[in-house]
Design a protein around this ligand. Sequence first.
Ligand code: TXA
Ligand code: MG
Length: 332
Amino acid sequence: MKSINFLSMTLFNTSVSVDIDKAIEWLTKGECVAIPTETVYGLAANAYHPEAIAKIFEIKQRPKFDPLIVHTDSIDKLHSIVTDIPERAMRLANKFWPGPLTLLLPKSDRISDLITSGLETVAVRIPNHPMTLALLSKLDFPIAAPSANPFGYISPTSPNHVLKQLKGKIPMILNGGNCMVGIESTIIGFQDDEPVIYRLGGLPLEAIEQCVGKLKVMPFSSSQPKSPGMLASHYAPRKKLYFHDLSSCLNNFLPLEVGVIAFDKFNPSFPEENQILLSPEGNLLEAAAQLFSSMRNLDESKLKAIYAESFPQYSLGLAINDRLSRASVREQ
Ligand code: TXA
Ligand code: MG
């Protein structure tokens, strides 16, 4: 899917730097800057600057029906972004912010329809990265930031991932090292005041349920998704990825042509040298942090296809399986 080209793109000499003041300068001028968060790198712009927001869509080739997350650094500042914070949203915010949680709340007039794709709710979060929190504390506007990857591709978890795909398109990548969580935030909205998970993510389901009780997890669908992160085909590498479907994989490829993403043990059907163990110690947090860079490494390797095992169905294993499952589906 392509967005309409209505802006002339400037070609930049993209710098990778730790200079927070320089990032502020670019953002204030209405340019986009890649910023580190604990989940994935974001492609940030001034949320109150319509042209800057339009540049995000242009750079990512993102369809306009896909709304953006607004980032801020304090619950105080949230009051100019949203009009209401239900009791359970406040409980989640107090417990998990800064952290890998995004809340869908009724938007204030300051938030444009371009950010929310015309929805009445806006996605907001306080990310947990010291550099980005320092950046946000010095800004007098919030920043809108989707993941800093071309639409539909794997989210970046290092400055180098961003550079490979957005070099020349943005003036600067704020270098905050590798993302510690490595998988996008968990998105929670409210239906008749009941919390609902719109996207599984970096916050384990069990931790959320401990805070607000059992909650519904929306299934993903490819038609009219409420959240395009819910599209059946998303987060995908370019190579064919088989998720937990060994027979299809081996019907189409020889074992030595396939790169494998496994949890803590090698899969006996493939040569060990082509396998990545996301966490030899069996730690799902570590596995999540390694997932996207491993998918990229295999996508860039000489191997012809990727086989991914399914992960345990709890904690971050749920979000890992969600991403692998969507990465394995191809739009016709
Ligand atoms: O961890 C993250 O959430 C990262 C970092 C950069 O903060 N951001 C991120 O943004 O993953 P993005 O744009 O790649 O994914 C945001 C998802 C999209 O699937 C979008 O459809 C959904 O959030 N979203 C945004 N606003 C929404 C709304 N008002 N209602 C439903 N879904 C919404
Ligand atoms: Mg994304």
